[in-house]
Ligand binder design. Sequence first.
Ligand code: GLV
Ligand code: MG
Length: 348
Amino acid sequence: MTKVPRKFYEPLAIGAPQPYREPPVALERMIHFFPPQNEKLRAKVPDMAGQVDVLLGNLEDAIPADAKEAARAGFVEIAKGADLGTTGLWTRVNCLNSPWFLDDITEIVAAAGNKVDVVMLPKVEGPWDIHYLDQLLAQLEARHGVTRPIMIHAILETALGVENVSAIAAASPRMHGMSLGPADLAASRGMKTTRVGGGHPFYGVLEDAHGEGAARTLYQQDLWHFTVARMVDACVSNGIKAFYGPFGDFADSEACEAQFRNAFLLGCVGAWSLHPKQIDIAKQVFSPDVKEVLFAKRILEAMPDGTGAVMIDGKMQDDATWKQAKVIVDLARLVAAKDPAMAEAYGL
Ligand code: GLV
Ligand code: MG
């Protein structure tokens, strides 16, 4: 049973803000993780905010058990104090069955509910997880006078979550999007890799035998192709955004870039940055290519009402390529609004 449309958009608590019909438009090429218990890093937050699209205070994995409360308190301090401009402020809370989740949510919404844009919920397994957080957020928003809905971003990182990905994406108007979590997902599925994202040298297709003793090449394949594509379909068909998550080998920028680019080409709008050098990689990959933008602008100009067919540089354009061009130019406009150098390069 699904909710009837009218009920779907009703606030889940009296006094909670009206759920969004259309999620706010935001540029989110990278979600930059920081450990909020670290005082030195907290001091750098205002600086950091100028360099990234989203800043996320991480409370979950990678934060030691004995630092969980300090991380939560550090995040609250940041959220209350900082003016981050157009940069999004998110937090990744601990998972629903952990000893920390309830205090994470109740304390953060109480102290800084009007400052937090998105709560990232790990290890989501089905729509029931979203429904629970949805109701709880509405109750807390009502109690603490929060004036706009805090959105939910799910991490897709269990086999059951992947099985239910469409129902998760459709679970609430509070859904912002989803990120692929390759580390937990690999563990949950029993995949035989210890890496955080990226390829694996043994996962490939061996070329045909060609002559006695001739060496045969193993062409590496993408371990994450299926899941990313499935996640993109679930998200986009529900009007929410898909992201690639973490890339753990900080030393291998080329592999990180390749992983981010595959995700971008398949429809993802951003990825996580866990190390400062991944910020620029994400910026480069998830901003549309200048040549592509210039060409896309020509398509839009040649077909002002988006219908018909024209030839540009020998290539056929029609209503469908007009829509492709619009996706690229709309994204370029968001980038241009944030970045004057890119605005000039795009001519926007
Ligand atoms: C992210 O949380 C992951 O498990 O990859
Ligand atoms: Mg994880």
